[in-house]
Design a binder for this molecule. Sequence first.
Ligand code: FAD
Length: 476
Amino acid sequence: MKGAPQGGSYDYIIVGNGAAGTSALRSLRSVDQAGSAAVVSAEPWPAYNRVSLAVYVAGEKTREELFTTNRSFYEDMGADTLLGRPAVHWDPRERLITLDDGVVLRYGKILVASGASPVFPAVPGLDGEGVAGLRCLADADALKEWTRRSERAVILGGGLVSLQTAEALSGMGLGVDLVVSSPNLLSRLLLPQAAEVLEGRFRDLGLRIHTGRDAVEFHRGADGTLTGVTLSDGSLLPCQVAVVGKGTTPNLSFALESGLPADCGIVVNDRLAAEPGGAFAAGDAAMAPDFVTGVPSANATWLNAVEQGKTAGLNMAGADVRYLGGVGANFDEFCGLPLTSFGLTAPREKDPGYRVYEFFDPKIPVYRRLVFQIGDGAGQGCLPAGGVAGGGRHAASSTPVARVAGAVLLGEVGDAGVLYQFFRGRHSVDLPNDPADLPGARRGARVERDSGAGDPGPWLAGRRLGPHDLPAWRFR
Ligand SMILES: Cc1cc2nc3c(=O)[nH]c(=O)nc-3n(C[C@H](O)[C@H](O)[C@H](O)COP(=O)(O)OP(=O)(O)OC[C@H]3O[C@@H](n4cnc5c(N)ncnc54)[C@H](O)[C@@H]3O)c2cc1C
């Protein structure tokens, strides 16, 4: 195993030293121990766990505890490290990658695993000290420093990372204002009434939530320190620190002139290979086939990044391994309320191929959305007709054949693992005509919906079913 001199040529170059990049290096080496390899990264340190950045800011983990690799990992893997040296230009046809110091590297195969960065809205006063996204260790270090001398924080955006950050900063004793442009928290996952339950929990912690509003101006003192944020309704929120969580965009500025359509991520096939030859992509910088729809999609999670990196690494080294498909999934807990979501959670309303059941009881509290892919449609896209054992059969039956296509579970997640196995195993089930026979259904008030996640289907007013009911579902 040997490297090549800098500015020289490598059999394998991995651009990105995160979840996907390190996973690819490991799997690549499980097949090919001889080829020369280099890891290029914009950041100067070994790989670390981004998922834990909020708890690091809160002081619940040390910096050392974040690292998932150390220097000897790269030596053991026989890879040169070019850390703190971002790629700035990529010529996929000539198989050349240029680093920010002008060094040009030639490669046989390349993996683009450069992750994503926060999107910052164009709001006056945003640039400068006190305002950051929470995406990388440098962001977390800065936030840690700023929060030490702050009393109030404003968090823009109501996604999962923003909620993690809000809870962490509140736990540190800061007053937190959460500003969300949509009418509810997690509007794509939760029924508005269920979101209200979650919002209530956050308010109980002392957070102030401002839905349906945006920041229009950041204010700074004469010395440049952040003093507050004005919202679109004219209200002024005093703060000394602000965190922007308004979505991310793939780190692909170095690919702008590559000729590859890469504005939403590099499109790859089920081997994680891109056009032209020799190029692969994985993780947040890739658009890999979705597990449910088969359509190239950005499913930006840690697990997808690891799986995609693993598959890409094996294929780069000459294996022929197919990727099962990316899954949007979250297994989280906010203010003591567990929240699990996976798969297709909001099929388009017009799509007849899906049936959505929702159950909500604010008293417990519990919210469940179960999405099924129905009948012939269950055999389309990535899903094989007839399930794993069914050989493509869809028997004429009064009960439609279905597969679990996605779920959102808030409050009670005890059967999430079983549902996930049904989902990931693509097992066909007989969907009962009576929704009372659905797994995990329970008493719930009917809530009318005009739009949102498809036809909500019949509402349950029946007995509570739990995980023990699932085995009653017949495998086909
Ligand atoms: C605060 C936070 C909380 C999260 N919570 C969860 C969670 O609970 N569950 C979950 O599944 N996911 C979570 N995620 C998302 C998860 O961390 C990402 O999906 C995952 O890290 C993506 O892995 P990746 O390898 O694609 O990119 P990254 O891990 O982001 O790694 C990208 C690498 O590319 C490098 N790079 C960037 N630009 C260049 C360049 N031009 N040249 C060279 N190198 C470059 C970077 O320095 C880095 O080494 C969270 C993310 C954050 C930030």
